[in-house]
Design a protein around this ligand. Structure first.
Ligand code: TMO
Length: 317
């Protein structure tokens, strides 16, 4: 072969390899701020790496994650909860910017919650009107002269709900750690507390309690002021029960990393698995990474199956 030709071939081979490598971008996984989501994200990262993908983590609040997806700065969120995130997901989905990569086989609920002993102090619970009547039990220095509702950083407009239902409460927003430490303190002294909680979660395996029953959720409640007990404003209802939990991706991931998409579609967790993940972190004190490792060690055949039935990026990308 003539030297010039071989140089040209080498050049074009190198060029195509570079282009090829450039086309394989890392899969950017969103890390939110509650235990099971973090553990599941680390499990997903491990599996994507086993599949031959590169992975990056993007720290984001649930509110900001939609902008991250919209502006192509993140690729996947493994735990999108209907109760707190459906409306914002729907907007991006309708715009063709986000895709649904399937539901987990878990039924979920996110709402105000109280430990069971409160029913003696506040007869009529779990009805919200009983809670509204008992508001004085919940007066707290942080929200005085109103009752305190302890919320996390994830909810939809709770203050709007409180106003719509004319309750003498104020929201205090805290991180997940503070939610649980306040819950522990209240329970150890049998003191009144009403706070944001969700299922599946570690709490249901440890403490008896109930969600407050607000007026039944309805999509109209969030868009139509006329709907519901307060004719003038929206948000006069609770969050959905038996709600979905899904994986959501940046629309661009579909073409960019089809094998990652195949794998993510297969990764699913049920209620008891998810509460187990949060239990390992919150109750047993494992780091989220350690909890992910433990799950991978205990569920080898499950994830091997997911990998075996997904394409390999080197063959298709
Ligand atoms: C989003 N969360 C499960 C914390 O409600």
């Amino acid at each position: 072969m003539r030297p010039l030709l071989s140089v040209l071939i080498l050049f074009s081979l190198t060029l195509s390899t570079c282009l090829h490598a450039k086309a394989q971008q890392p899969v950017r996984i969103i890390l939110n701020d509650w235990a099971s989501q973090l553990v599941m994200s680390y499990i997903t990262a491990e599996l994507l790496e086993k599949q031959g993908q590169q992975v990056l983590f993007i720290h984001s609040s649930t509110n900001h994650q939609w902008g991250q997806i919209k502006f192509d700065r993140a690729d996947v969120q493994m735990e999108v909860w209907e109760g707190t995130m459906a409306a914002k997901f729907q907007v991006l989905k309708d715009a063709g910017l986000a895709v649904d990569l399937g539901d987990h086989p878990a039924k979920t609920r996110e709402d105000w919650w109280y430990p069971l002993y409160l029913e003696e102090q506040c007869p009529g619970l779990p009805d919200w009107q009983a809670l509204a009547r008992c508001w004085k039990l919940f007066i707290h220095p942080d929200t005085s002269p109103f009752g305190r509702y302890l919320g996390g950083p994830w909810e939809k407009p709770d203050a709007a709900r409180i106003r719509a239902l004319q309750m003498n409460f104020r929201v205090e927003r805290v991180t997940e750690d503070v939610l649980w430490s306040e819950l522990e303190t209240a329970i150890s002294q049998k003191k009144p507390i009403v706070l944001f909680n969700w299922t599946p979660n570690w709490v249901e395996n440890k403490y008896e309690g109930k969600f407050v029953e607000f007026p039944e959720w309805n999509s109209e409640c969030e868009v139509n002021p006329k709907w519901g007990v307060n004719q003038l404003v929206r948000f006069d209802c609770g969050n959905p029960k038996d709600a979905w939990l899904k994986k959501v991706a940046n629309q661009k991931l579909i073409e960019r990393s089809p094998c990652a998409v195949e794998l993510i579609k297969q990764i699913t967790f049920n209620n008891s698995q998810i509460s187990q993940l949060s239990h390992w972190v919150v109750r047993e004190g494992l780091s989220e990474q350690k909890a992910a490792q433990r799950w991978l060690e205990q569920n080898q055949s499950t994830w091997q199956d997911w990998l075996d039935t997904s394409c390999k990026p080197t063959q298709t990308d």
